[in-house]
Design a protein around this ligand. Structure first.
Ligand code: FAD
Ligand code: NAD
Length: 401
């Protein structure tokens, strides 16, 4: 009478919260639980724009998995998932394989390139500790390089951020705060630095509240950011982006934030996907696979009020972890009727660097200091959910004023 095996892939918001909730409900007594992740640490993807610009050290955004998950209660495998063999109930890892009775897929996302040539080869991404550490180092290297040559190349101090969605805007906010510090450190006239935010749609943050978008653009423009709106990028080459209107911008630092798609592992493993995401059943299981749950950025769920997908967010990934862990426990104890996932969107708050931010919480619009404080409260709340007061004290954000 062997215990059923639950395997969780990915220790991001969805995966680690599922593991944490399973432990809280003592599911390890009735099942053998295994968590698989590329790294031995969990990082907060929602904070990555900060270490990417160098306004926060990356260690603040990550924590060892063993510090938040009791590894006496579940197994942890540090390895990369290569393929899911769903018909054989087996996962192929870079250095081995693991079989399961129940699987939770929380492998997160990859940058969406829309097939635009040159993106992968010539741009930076804001997706992981590794990718943002490289970007931060590169930015600093640009400043360090500028005064080395007699002939000054302006493209060294030109930064292009492709896409003015939330990731692009939050990164531009941090970068525009960081630039004055870097200019001072490397004896550079701030007027030499150019930051472009290039957006295909007729506005930055398309679909978001117009007043808040205007506020955000004004804040960023006052720090020297130049918006190119209604301007799709059509190609990226080594050292430049080509815009749809025929213009080109020379830059040694092109940051690609035009949206995301689900981890390619899912598509490559034969699941039917839309932009790499699986349209899951109401109980978060994959269609046709009653023993596979898909959560977070890998899952597509429809907002029936507007008949469009919910944007993939940490907020939803965390809430899905609660439903997913409850449904797993129920399945194991023999229940057939599972809970339906219903997101409760509490709001959207985006930082603009420093003490500036915008937010929409219910019907309330938040600007500046109050939005920025709200953002920190949201970040701290997650830490509390995962690791209680000790984790908030260790990794939380307290510089409210
Ligand atoms: P992730 O949290 O990305 O975790 C995926 C995990 O899987 C990672 O730990 C990764 O290492 C691991 N992994 C990946 N591939 C493999 C593999 N092959 N093998 C093993 N492990 C693997 N959302 C909000 O709600 N609010 C915000 O304010 C917000 N701000 C954001 C700011 C930025 C800069 C970005 C980029 C995103 C932001 N988001 C925000 C979106 C949010 O971060 C994502 O929706 C959320 O991280 C999705 O959670 P997840 O668990 O699906 O994936
Ligand atoms: P996104 O899809 O929200 O935005 C991408 C932007 O890039 C869009 O405005 C799009 O019009 C633009 N774009 C697409 N192709 C382009 C091209 N060729 N040239 C120029 N612009 C182009 O993606 P994101 O900003 O990466 O966010 C991903 C997810 O994470 C979203 O669901 C978002 O809501 C969430 N997120 C939330 C927050 C927050 O709540 N504070 C912060 C970051 C991300």
């Amino acid at each position: 009478n062997k215990k059923p095996k639950i395997v969780i892939l990915g220790a991001g918001y969805g995966g680690i919260m599922t593991a944490s909730r399973l432990i809280k409900s003592n599911t390890q007594q009735d099942a053998e639980i295994t968590l698989v992740n590329k790294h031995n640490y969990h990082y907060q993807t929602t904070w990555l724009h900060e270490p990417a610009a160098g306004t926060l050290h990356h260690d603040k955004t990550r924590m060892e998995i063993s510090s938040v998950i009791d590894l006496k209660k579940i197994n942890f495998i540090k390895d990369s998932v290569v393929e899911i063999k769903k018909d054989e109930k087996k996962v192929i890892l870079e250095n081995g394989e693991v079989d399961y009775d129940y699987l939770v897929i929380g492998l997160g996302s990859e940058p969406e390139t829309f097939g635009i040539p040159g993106v992968n080869e010539n741009s930076f991404a804001i997706r992981s500790v590794n990718s943002v550490r490289l970007l931060r180092e590169h930015i600093e290297y640009m400043f360090a390089s500028y005064n080395k040559e007699d002939e000054k190349h302006e493209d060294i101090l030109t930064f292009v951020v492709a896409g003015a969605g939330f990731t692009g805007i939050e990164f531009v906010g941090e970068l525009s705060e960081r630039v004055p510090e870097l200019c001072e450190e490397y004896d550079i006239d701030p007027k030499k630095v150019k930051i472009y935010s290039v957006e295909a749609a007729p506005t930055a943050l398309p679909g978001f509240d117009e007043e808040l978008v205007e506020y955000a653009m004004n804040v960023l423009e006052s720090r020297g950011v130049e918006f190119k709106i209604n301007t799709p990028i059509k190609e990226v080459q080594d050292g430049k982006v080509l815009l749809n209107d025929g213009e080109e911008i020379k830059s040694q630092t092109i940051v690609w934030t035009t949206g995301i798609r689900g981890s390619s592992i899912i598509e490559d493993s034969g699941f039917e996907t839309m932009r790499g995401r699986v349209k899951v059943e109401k109980d978060l299981r994959a269609p046709g696979y009653d023993n596979v749950f898909i959560i977070g950025d890998c899952a597509l769920i429809i907002n029936e009020e507007i008949n469009r997908p919910y944007p993939p967010t940490a907020q939803i990934a965390i809430q899905q972890a609660y439903t997913c862990s409850k449904n797993l426990k129920d399945l194991i104890s023999g229940k057939e009727e599972l809970d339906v996932f219903k997101p409760e969107i509490q709001g959207t708050v985006a930082s603009l660097g420093g003490k500036e931010a915008i937010g929409l919480v219910g019907d309330r619009k938040l600007y500046g200091g109050s939005a920025s404080a709200m953002k920190k409260i949201i970040d701290n709340k997650y830490l509390f959910q995962l690791g209680g007061v000790p984790l908030v004290l260790k990794k939380g954000k307290f510089n409210f004023f």
